[in-house]
Design a protein. Structure first.
Length: 154
């Protein structure tokens, strides 16, 4: 079964377990999300879904994303307290994030050395890690090349 079909199946089984309807708009939102790249905000999903069906509501998108997160297909992320963004969870290896505080760019990276160091630190403290996230905040190369805007003081 193709990847998108597998994802649709996971969602369908979750909806059945909850006794929820398989609505056309809910399926459209899921398809738009499955086709998205990176870390997508609800507002972007609303815009993309409305290209196909202008009647898709913001509430439908929020509820669908909550369902996708509940069944393990989407991971909600809040980078630096900003709006929630979602990334596809299924079939993706663990990764960490670099977040630019100037332009909002998000870069995914993986490092075996960082993972090993985290495991050693946890072991040293007798701690069993269940899950973790690593988010590094700073300015990307492009933003570092541009001068920072300084507010005029009265």
């Amino acid at each position: 079964m193709e990847a998108a079909g597998r994802l649709r199946g996971v969602l369908a089984r979750h909806l059945d377990r909850l006794g929820l309807k398989h609505s056309r708009q809910r399926e459209l939102v899921a398809e738009v999300f499955f086709a998205s790249d990176g870390h997508v905000a609800v507002e972007a999903l609303v815009q993309e879904a409305r290209r196909v069906d202008p009647r898709v509501s913001v509430a439908t998108v929020y509820r669908t994303m909550k369902l996708l997160a509940e069944c393990g297909l989407a991971v909600p992320r809040q980078f630096g307290g900003a709006q929630t963004r979602y990334e596809l969870a299924a079939g993706r290896a663990h990764h960490d994030h670099l977040i630019c505080t100037a332009c909002g760019a998000i870069v995914e990276f993986s490092s075996g050395r960082i993972e090993a160091l985290q495991a050693r630190v946890a072991q040293r403290h007798g701690f069993e890690v269940e899950t973790h996230t690593l988010e590094l905040y700073g300015r990307c190369a492009g933003c570092r090349q541009r001068p920072r805007l300084v507010e005029a003081r009265p």
